[in-house]
Design a protein around this ligand. Structure first.
Ligand SMILES: [Zn+2]
Length: 383
């Protein structure tokens, strides 16, 4: 077996989701248990808020906006304060700033001409090498109609007839080929990327080749989302480590693309109440899935048909009526057979069942692309 495959297989075992540890390799999981499939938001067990009230969300936004201004001194604006300095904009809440929450939709010209960049982070001992300023100070206004993490995890697409392929744990050596395949099918996927690639590489390091792959994803209209920096169980880390896991991954994406994501999937699908609250404060949507291909158990030429069977079972459960069904599918682009056989099988099976090609999670939730990201400091990785 090729050394890379052995390495990736070892990584795969290390990264096995804990919540499916009980599933045997040949066991087909019920990806659509009972009649619970109803395309509604499912509040997390410990959350008492079903969809987040306007009041609580507004309060949270105001708090965040206020915290975000600490240390910037962009000043106040509006009634009694006047206009912001040239290059910055006045937010709805009366704070000056240069990011999208202040200036409206992405306006790179205004942003670049402002000449005002965030100060470098001061907690340098956290980071091994120069990775740029922290993203923790970016304002996190909540926009759109898709619930944020404090309102519960999202398990289903809401746009009927849609299929959303999602890939966790990458990028990997297979991802560029996967992008070729998706192009052939006119398919868009969502990549929940892990910044240090499960300990193998740091994605914003040019020597890995990953910056170019992530740029290709982004430019091709795929969705870039977070799966944390180092793939920990977010229910089991302290606050400092939680912040580092989220912000360092944002910094890597920022270094490559100049944006940070607003969608994330917690490793092991583990996110307790505190985790959900933290993600909510950070302005994230918490995305689960409703079809687990179980590709991590079936990454073998002799076993991958089990993952295909799981998809077939999901289609059968929905019925072949695209007006009544949708699919939010979990795969991992670190697994060879998931990339090189399962993905095309799914795309063909969905087409045969009358569904369209894959779209991003944002699209399958009816969320426009401008809401998938926040403006960050300019990209610095040139490779
Ligand atoms: Zn993962």
């Amino acid at each position: 077996m090729h050394p890379v495959i052995i390495l990736l297989a070892a990584i795969a075992v290390a990264a096995l989701p804990r919540n499916v540890d009980h599933i045997e390799p040949n066991e087909t999981i019920d990806s659509n248990p009972g009649t619970g499939y109803n395309n509604t938001w499912e509040a997390s067990n410990k959350s008492t808020v079903s969809n987040g009230t306007l009041t609580s969300q507004r309060n949270r936004v105001i708090v965040n906006m206020h915290m975000a201004t600490v240390g910037f001194d962009y000043g106040r604006c509006g009634s009694g304060f006047g206009s912001c300095k040239t290059g910055s904009c006045c937010s709805d809440y009366g704070y000056c700033g240069i990011q999208e929450p202040y200036c409206g939709d992405r306006n790179s010209t205004k942003f670049q001409n402002s000449g005002a960049l965030y100060p470098p982070h001061t907690n340098a001992n956290i980071y091994k090498r120069s990775t740029g300023p922290t993203t923790s100070i970016i304002p996190r206004r909540k926009v759109g109609s898709v619930p944020y993490a404090g309102s519960g995890e999202i398990r289903h697409c809401t746009e009927m007839g849609t299929v959303a392929l999602t890939f966790d744990d990458g990028p990997s050596a297979y991802t560029d080929d996967l992008l070729d395949l998706l192009d052939e099918y006119g398919a868009k996927a969502t990549f929940f990327i892990t910044g240090n690639n499960n300990g193998v590489h740091e994605i914003d390091d040019c020597s890995t080749g990953y910056p170019a792959i992530i740029k290709r994803m982004y430019d091709s209209g795929h969705q870039i989302a977070s799966h944390t920096w180092g793939h920990p169980d977010l229910s089991g880390v302290d606050e400092e480590e939680f912040d580092r896991q989220m912000y360092r991954n944002e910094m890597a994406v920022r270094n490559i693309l100049g944006i940070i994501p607003t969608y994330m999937r917690p490793p092991y699908i583990s996110c307790d109440y505190n985790c959900a609250e933290k993600l909510d404060d950070m302005g994230y949507h918490n995305i689960y899935f409703d079809v687990d291909t179980v590709d991590y158990w079936n990454n073998d030429a002799e076993l991958i048909h089990n993952s295909m069977n799981n998809v077939d079972a999901a289609i059968a459960a929905r019925g072949e009526d695209p007006s009544q069904g949708s699919f939010l599918i979990l795969q991992h682009d670190i697994h060879y057979h998931s990339v090189y056989s399962l993905t095309e099988y799914i795309l063909a099976a969905m087409a045969e069942a009358g569904y369209g090609t894959s779209v991003t999670v944002g699209t399958c939730l009816g969320d426009p692309r401008r809401n998938w990201y926040r403006d960050a400091q300019p990209a610095t990785v040139e490779c």
